[in-house]
Ligand binder design. Structure first.
Ligand code: GAP
Length: 429
C-alpha cells in the first residue's frame, strides 16, 4: 500500500488535500493523471449502465436537498456508527473496528468511554439571515436524489417497469476511521443505479445485477481471484435492505467492500410517499394495477474503484536486466493511452512527433515527452500504465514510419505514421 500511495503522489495521481497546511483528514485531491483515471472509471460505468441500455436513464441531482428527505430515508435516525473515545491518547474510533475488545487500537490504552452513536451526516445551514436559517445535510448517498425524482424521471422519459435511474456524484460522510487512503474518505463519489421492478420479480433482478456488476470489473482487467461476493448476514443489513451482496476486493489492507448490491424493496418510495404526501405509485397500463415498485440498487464508490484499478494493475518486473514498476491497466482504464517521443531532440523529429500528437489528441489522451533517454521515457510511461509509446527516429523523417512499443510485452512494430489512427482504432475500449 505504501508503494501505491507513494507512486500516486510522485506521478500525480492523488495528493493529500490541503497538503501545504498539514493536510485535512480523509480528503484527497486528484492530480493530472488521477483525474484522467477517475474520469475513465466514470465513463466506463456510465456507458455500460446508461448509454448501452434501453431500460436505464441518467440524472444528476443536487447535493443539498430538503432536510425531510433524510428524515424520510431514515438517515437522521439511523445513519450512525458506534464511536468510542480513548481517554489516554484522545483518539476516536469505531467500536466495530476495534481489534481487541476494551483496548484502544491506537495506544493500547484501556481507559475508554462507552460506545456512543454518532451520525455520519455533515450538517450545514442554508439561508443567510440569522434566525431564519435551516439545517441541511450534505448528501451521504446519491440514491435519495433518484428516489425523490422517481415520478418526474419516469413521466418525462415514459418509462415502463422494469427500468433504472442512474447517477454519479459526490457524497459526504463524517467518517471516524479514516486511515486507508482513498478507500474511506469524508468526501467521495458514488456511481449508483436504482433499478425499479415489479414486486415478486425483485429476487431475479437482484441476481442479474450482482452478476452484471461482477462481470464489469473483470472485463476491465480486475483479476477474478481478487474479487469476492459476500452476502450480508441478517443482523448486518442496512435498515432499508432485504438482501445485500457486497463485491469485495483483496486490497493490500484486507478483503473489503468495493460495491454493494441491495434489494431496497419499496422502502424508500414508500417512505417518501408517507413523508411528502405525494403519489409516487406506478400504474401498470396492462393490468390496471397500482403499486409501489421494488428497487434493486447497485452502489459503487468511484474512489474505491480507482484504488482497485491501481492496486490490481501494480506490478514490479525485470526488463532487459532492469527493474521496472508497471501499472498493467486495461487500455480503456489507462489515464494516458499513447505517449509520443522524438528519439533525439532534433528539430525534424520534434516537429514530426508534435504533428503526430496533434493528429491523435482528439481521439484519446496522449502525452508528449522529449526529455531523458528513451529507456527512461519508456519506464516513466510504464509506471503510469500507458499501453503504447510511439517513437519518431532518424529514419522516420525519410520513410514516414514510426515505432510502436507495447507496455506489457515490450515488443515493437513499425508502421507508417499516417496509419497510426487506424492502428489504434478500437484498442482503448
Ligand atoms: N446507497 C447505498 C450506499 O450508499 P454504502 O455501502 O454505504 O451504500 C456504497 O456505500 C459504496 O460507496 C461503497 O461500496 C463504497 O464503494 C462507497 N463508499 C461508501 N463510503 C465511502 C467512504 N467513506 N469513502 C469512499 N467510498 C465510500
Amino acid at each position: 500500500m505504501d508503494k501505491i500511495v507513494s507512486l500516486a503522489k510522485r506521478r500525480g495521481f492523488i495528493f493529500q488535500s490541503s497538503e501545504i497546511y498539514g493536510g485535512f483528514a480523509a480528503t484527497w485531491d486528484y492530480g493530472p493523471l488521477g483525474v484522467e483515471l477517475k474520469n475513465n472509471v466514470k465513463k466506463l460505468w456510465w456507458n455500460r449502465i446508461v448509454r448501452s441500455r434501453l431500460d436505464v436513464v441518467g440524472m444528476d441531482s443536487a447535493i443539498l436537498m430538503h432536510p425531510d428527505v433524510w428524515e424520510a430515508s431514515g438517515h437522521v435516525e439511523g445513519f450512525t456508527d458506534p464511536m468510542i473515545d480513548c481517554l489516554t491518547c484522545k483518539s476516536r474510533f469505531r467500536e466495530d473496528m476495534m481489534e481487541k475488545p476494551g483496548q484502544c487500537p491506537n495506544c493500547g490504552g484501556k481507559d475508554l468511554t462507552e460506545a456512543r452513536m454518532f451520525n455520519l451526516m455533515f450538517k450545514t445551514e442554508a439561508g443567510s439571515v440569522e434566525g431564519s436559517t435551516q439545517d441541511v445535510y450534505l448528501r451521504p448517498e446519491t440514491a435519495q436524489g433518484i428516489f425523490v425524482q422517481f415520478k418526474n424521471v419516469m413521466t418525462a422519459s415514459r418509462l415502463k417497469l422494469p427500468f433504472g435511474i442512474a447517477q454519479m456524484g459526490k457524497a459526504f460522510r463524517n467518517e471516524i476511521t479514516t486511515k486507508s487512503f482513498i478507500f474511506r474518505s469524508r468526501e467521495f463519489e458514488q456511481m449508483e443505479l436504482e433499478y425499479f421492478v415489479k414486486p415478486g420479480e425483485d429476487e431475479e433482478w437482484f441476481d442479474y445485477w450482482v452478476s452484471e456488476r461482477d462481470k464489469w470489473y473483470k472485463q476491465y482487467g480486475i483479476k477474478s481471484e481478487h474479487l469476492h461476493l459476500r452476502e450480508h448476514d441478517k443482523d448486518e443489513l442496512s435498515h432499508y435492505s432485504k438482501r445485500t451482496i457486497d463485491i469485495e476486493y483483496d486490497f493490500p489492507f484486507g478483503q473489503k467492500e468495493l460495491e454493494g448490491i441491495a434489494n431496497r424493496t419499496d422502502f424508500d418510495l414508500k417512505a417518501h410517499i408517507e413523508k411528502s404526501g405525494k403519489d409516487l405509485v406506478y400504474f401498470d397500463e396492462q393490468t390496471r394495477d397500482k403499486f409501489v415498485p421494488y428497487c434493486i440498487e447497485s452502489s459503487a464508490g468511484v474512489d474505491r474503484t480507482v484504488l482497485t484499478f491501481l492496486c490490481d494493475a501494480y506490478e514490479e518486473d525485470v526488463i532487459d536486466n532492469e527493474e521496472r514498476v508497471v501499472l498493467r491497466f486495461h487500455p480503456a482504464v489507462s489515464p494516458v493511452k499513447v505517449a509520443i517521443f522524438p528519439l533525439m531532440r532534433k528539430e525534424p523529429q520534434i516537429n514530426m512527433a508534435k504533428d503526430i500528437f496533434d493528429s491523435l489528441k482528439g481521439c484519446f489522451n496522449c502525452m508528449y515527452d522529449q526529455t531523458g533517454s528513451i529507456g527512461k521515457r519508456y519506464r516513466r510511461q510504464d509506471e503510469i500504465g500507458t499501453p503504447y509509446c510511439v517513437t519518431v527516429d532518424f529514419d522516420s523523417i525519410e520513410d514516414k514510419a514510426v515505432t510502436i512499443r507495447n507496455r506489457d510485452k515490450t515488443d515493437q512494430v513499425r508502421i507508417k505514421a499516417a496509419e497510426l489512427k487506424s492502428w489504434f482504432d478500437g484498442k482503448f475500449e
